[in-house]
Design a protein around this ligand. Structure first.
Ligand code: KG4
Ligand code: ZN
Length: 336
C-alpha cells in the first residue's frame, strides 16, 4: 500500500510517500521559516501564498524521490485540520483536485493525529493503546490513543501551548523566531535551578495545562532587569524555563498515566524535539518501569511522512472523504 501525505497547516509545505503504513519512501519539506522570521512569527497570508507556489513542486519531488507515479498510489492523504485556515485550504484543495483527477481515494488527516503517527515511523513495535503527550506550537494535549484512529483528549492547555510559551519567552530574550530550539541550545550551557519559575495551577481538570502565567513571569523578570539596567544570564534563564516546562509536562503526563492505568507512554509534536522534555519524560517513565516512545528528532516538526502514515491507518479504517471535504482551523481529534 502506497499513500501520499500532504501537509500545509502552518509554515511548512511537505509531502511524502509511505509504504505499508510505516516505511518512508520519500519525504520533502519546504520551510518558510526564514521569510516569517523577519516578522517574529508566521504571517498567515504569506504562508498561504508560499504553499500555493510550492505545493506542486514538493508533491512532484516526493513522487519522484519514491520512484513512483500517481497511478501507483492507493490514496492521497491531507491535513485538513487544525491550523491556519488559508494554509490548510491550499493543501486540501490541491489534494482534492489530485485525488479526483486520478481517481484515487482522498483521506483526511487531523494534524495532531499526524504528529502522533511520527512515533509509528520511529518505533516499528509501537501499537495502541497508549497515552501520548502531544506538545506543539499550537497545542498541548494528553491523549488516550485508543486505536490507530480513535482518540480521547484527557488534558489540554487552557491558554498558551508549550511551544508558544517557549517561542514567546525566546522572543522576549532576543532569540529569533521560532525560539524553541534556541532556548534548547542556550539551555545546554545554563543552570536549570538558577531561577525559580512558577508552575501555574489549574483549577478543574487536573490534567489540563496552563503556560501563560509562566510566560508572563519570564517576561516580567526580563523587563524588571531591563528597568534596573541589569542583565539576566540568558543561558540560565533558558535552562530554568526548559526545566520548568519539562517538569510541568512530565508531572501531568505521569499523573494521567497513573490515574488511568497506562504503562505505555509516547511523546509527539514539535516540542518533542526539546532535549529537556525528552530527558524528563524518559527518566520519569524509566523510574516507574513504563515503556516510553518518542519520535526521532527529524520527525518531530511538521512533515508529510507523519500525515502519510496516519493517512494509511485512516484508509485501512475506511476514513475517506469526497469532493465536499473542507478545511477547519479548529477541530477536536475526537471528532474524526
Ligand atoms: O508541531 P510543530 O512543528 O508545529 C505545530 O503544529 O505547531 O511545533 C512547532 C513548535 C514551535 O513552538 C517550536 O518552537 C517548537 O515546536 N520547537 C521546540 C524545539 N523544536 C521545535 N521547542 C523547544 N525545543 C525545541 N528543540
Ligand atoms: Zn505541527
Amino acid at each position: 500500500m502506497l499513500i501520499l501525505g500532504i501537509e500545509s497547516s502552518c509554515d511548512e509545505t511537505a509531502a511524502s510517500v509511505v509504504r505499508d503504513c510505516r516505511t518512508i519512501c520519500s519525504s520533502v519539506i519546504s520551510t518558510q521559516i526564514e521569510e516569517h522570521r523577519k516578522y517574529g512569527g508566521v504571517v498567515p497570508e504569506i504562508a498561504s501564498r508560499r504553499h500555493c507556489e510550492n505545493i506542486l513542486g514538493v508533491v512532484r519531488k516526493a513522487l519522484d524521490d519514491a520512484h513512483i507515479t500517481l497511478s501507483d498510489l492507493d490514496g492521497i492523504a491531507v491535513t485538513f485540520a487544525p491550523g491556519l485556515i488559508g494554509a490548510l485550504l491550499v493543501g486540501v484543495s490541491f489534494a482534492k483536485a489530485l485525488a479526483m483527477s486520478c481517481g484515487k481515494p482522498l483521506i483526511p488527516v487531523h494534524h495532531l493525529a499526524g504528529h502522533i503517527a511520527a512515533d509509528y515511523l520511529t518505533h516499528p513495535q509501537l501499537e495502541p493503546p497508549y497515552l501520548c503527550l502531544v506538545a506543539s506550537g499550537g497545542h498541548s494535549h494528553i491523549v488516550e490513543v485508543q486505536s490507530y484512529t480513535k482518540f480521547r483528549v484527557i488534558g489540554r492547555t487552557r491558554d498558551d501551548a508549550a511551544g508558544e510559551c517557549f517561542d514567546k519567552c525566546a522572543r522576549a530574550m532576543g532569540f529569533p523566531y521560532p525560539g524553541g530550539v534556541h532556548i534548547d541550545n542556550a539551555a545546554q550551557s545554563g543552570d536549570p535551578k538558577a531561577f525559580k519559575l512558577p508552575h501555574p495551577a489549574v483549577a478543574g481538570n487536573e490534567f489540563d495545562f496552563s503556560f501563560s502565567g509562566l510566560k508572563t513571569a519570564v517576561i516580567n523578570m526580563l523587563h524588571n532587569a531591563e528597568q534596573k539596567g541589569t542583565e539576566l544570564n540568558r543561558n540560565d534563564l533558558a535552562a530554568s524555563l526548559q526545566y520548568t516546562v519539562a517538569g510541568i509536562l512530565t508531572d501531568k503526563t505521569m499523573a494521567a498515566a497513573e490515574a488511568l492505568g497506562y504503562t505505555k507512554i509516547a511523546l509527539a509534536g514539535g516540542v518533542a524535539a526539546n532535549t529537556g522534555v525528552r530527558a524528563a519524560l524518559s527518566a520519569a517513565c524509566a523510574k516507574r518501569g513504563f515503556e516510553f516512545f518518542m519520535p526521532e528528532k527529524s520527525l518531530c516538526g511538521d512533515n508529510g511522512a507523519m500525515i502519510a502514515c496516519q493517512g494509511s491507518y485512516n484508509f485501512l479504517a475506511g476514513i475517506t472523504a469526497d469532493e465536499s471535504l473542507n478545511a477547519a482551523a479548529t477541530m477536536s481529534m475526537e471528532d474524526i
